[in-house]
Design a protein around this ligand. Structure first.
Ligand SMILES: [Zn+2]
Length: 198
């Protein structure tokens, strides 16, 4: 394969780089291409952490409400069930899809690819799974859910005593972790997969 310098148009024959190596143009010194396989390594710990935080977010209540001495707690799943029972099925489905299903699917699919890769193997259906992650990504909208919850809580706070639950904090952390996952260049995964198959 050939590589052309973007700055001075010098043409080079591409050679395989070792991890974290970069190729520079001899004539003008600008970077030609880089080995990105190393970048993917940050991804596995972030996705694992995100998945654990996701489980916590769903296991613990988002908020505890006290109205006239009675206290009630709500988890995400309970709020989905309540919405469905109140006849708001489309809203319930939307909350379930954007807050539970798509984020969980993204993390599980990434783990399916990342864990074997860390062991030097390429999972069956590697390319297909990465494509599915990319297609499903816009549907995971935890931050929208989080903003909705905060807006609702601010309104409710005049009617009831509210204590933010563990899940409210962990959803905030999850939003940050998922944003970090988005920042990693998926090309690094492809580079690493090629290296494993060689
Ligand atoms: Zn050059």
């Amino acid at each position: 394969m050939l590589s052309v310098c973007e700055h001075c148009d010098a043409v080079y024959l591409k050679t395989a780089l070792r991890r974290a190596e970069r190729a520079y143009c001899v004539r003008c010194g600008s970077e030609l291409y880089a080995e990105r396989a190393g970048q993917y390594e940050a991804l596995l710990p972030i996705v694992l952490a995100a998945f654990i935080v996701f489980l916590i977010s769903n296991a613990f209540p988002i908020v505890t409400m006290e109205i006239q001495g009675q206290s009630t707690q709500t988890t995400v799943w309970q709020s989905v069930v309540v919405l469905a029972n109140e006849g708001m099925l489309p809203v319930a489905a939307l909350v379930f899809a954007t807050t539970i299903f798509f984020p969980a699917a993204e993390m599980l699919l990434l783990l399916y690819v990342l864990v074997p890769l860390a062991l030097g193997r390429v999972a069956p259906g590697f390319g297909l799974v990465l494509r599915a992650v990319r297609i499903g990504r816009p549907w995971g909208m935890i931050e929208v859910f989080l903003l909705g919850i905060i807006a609702a809580l601010v309104k409710l706070s005049t009617l009831a005593d509210l204590v933010p639950g563990m899940a409210l904090w962990s959803f905030g952390i999850l939003t940050v972790l998922l944003a970090l996952v988005l920042r990693v260049d998926p090309k690094g995964l492809w580079d690493q997969a090629e290296r494993c198959e060689r």
